[in-house]
Design a protein around this ligand. Structure first.
Ligand code: 6AU
Length: 364
């Protein structure tokens, strides 16, 4: 398929989804086709890791539901802080939620609840076992969200102080300090663990927008204007369909994978591509992006041949060479290979270099 021999910079011009166009340009500019699967267990570790590894990656993948201490405040919480790091370093946030349910339910899970995933995750993914209508349902929800964000205002109810602040703030928060910020909500007597007041505010809402150009060297050397030629990113949301999995005994059949391809083609405005183990672009006008987990490198210095060991719990691993070079996927997703290393930032660089080399070799 043409996408296999086409440079990311070229594909950035023709990809059907605006966020894919942005991502492909980012990949070209940062010389990276690496996604970090940031599967650490506390919000503090997540933010620290994102800040340290940010220069090497183009996508940061989260599982918000395995993070202790996730702060749900839309303005100051974990999602908003991740979004700030995404702008600082230039990467997109991918919440690996694997939505699967009836359309109406996934709409609500995507946009509401405590996590409000659509607010901070540029990308999320879905399993379409329940049928492809749920893809359209999610697309609809994202379009509505976007229309509201563009309108720029929404009404929210602030109940006391954010849950996460309430217990560690001496003397309570919202103590009526008269700073006129429109939601000073207390009486000076805020007590630990209690709701101090209820305020309804109409506030301008800053969504987690994609990264802006900045001037940090993406590769950790001397500062240079790396993103000088990047335009302001479009405010968009995208979906990856879980078309194939990396695990032993995976039950996803070829027919299921083919249904994902059809659902992707029917929802080009919203579906960016796939989580898959091989390139699924077959039609001439397929411009989908492929992200692939189950990626590991042998320890530095060791020969890169022979099958890699799995994790004993069903996960199987391939090298970036095989995934990018042979199977034709675009971005490798690496979790423990980087996180469990002694020095995650330098290990992330090792993965970035290997995956990028495999991509360059594919172009030849
Ligand atoms: O590199 P690892 O094995 O530490 O982590 C792999 C990450 C995990 C999995 O939840 C996820 O990738 N994953 C997925 C995704 C991204 O949807 C699909 C799949 O087939 N295999 C897989 O491992 O966070």
């Amino acid at each position: 398929h043409p996408t296999l021999s086409q440079a990311f910079a070229e594909r950035a011009k023709t990809a059907s989804h605006p966020l894919s166009r942005y991502l492909l340009r980012l990949m070209d500019v940062k010389a990276s086709n690496l996604c970090l699967s940031a599967d650490v267990t506390t919000a503090r570790d997540l933010l620290a890791l994102a800040d340290k590894v940010g220069p090497s990656i183009v996508v940061l993948k989260t599982h918000y539901d395995l993070i202790a201490g996730w702060d749900y405040n839309p303005q100051t919480g974990t999602g908003a802080r991740l979004a700030a790091l995404a702008r600082k370093h230039g990467f997109l946030i991918f919440e690996d939620r694997k939505f699967v349910d009836i359309g109406k339910t996934v709409q609500m899970q995507y946009t509401a609840g405590t996590a409000r995933i659509v607010d901070w995750a540029h990308i999320t993914n879905a399993n379409i076992d329940a049928g492809k209508d749920m893809v359209r349902a999610m697309a609809e929800a994202a379009a509505k969200w976007k229309a509201r964000i563009n309108y720029g205002v929404r009404t929210s109810v602030t109940v006391g102080t954010p849950e996460s602040d309430r217990f560690d703030d001496e003397g309570g928060n919202g103590n009526g300090n008269g700073n006129g910020n429109g939601n000073g909500n207390g009486d000076g007597e805020g007590r630990k663990g209690s709701i101090v007041s209820v305020t309804t505010v109409t506030q301008s809402f800053e969504p987690a927008d994609p990264p802006r150009p900045h001037t940090t060297d993406a590769r950790g050397g001397a500062p240079e204007v790396v993103f000088a030629d990047m335009e302001e990113a479009p405010m968009d949301r995208g979906l990856l369909l879980l078309a194939q999995m990396s695990t032993t005994g995976c039950l996803m059949t070829a027919a299921y994978t083919q249904a994902c391809v059809e659902a992707a083609r029917e929802n080009r405005d919203f579906v960016m591509g796939y989580v898959a183990q091989e390139c699924l672009n077959t039609a001439a006008d397929d411009t989908f992006v492929h992200m692939t987990p189950g990626c590991k490198l042998p320890p530095a210095g060791e020969e890169e041949h022979g099958p890699l060991e799995g994790d004993g719990l069903g996960q199987q691993y391939n090298t970036p060479d095989r995934l990018i070079g042979v199977l034709g996927t675009d971005i490798v997703i690496v979790g423990r290979g980087i996180i469990a290393a002694d020095d995650p930032p330098s290990e992330a660089e090792r993965y970035r270099r290997k995956a990028w080399k495999a991509y360059l070799a594919r172009l030849e």
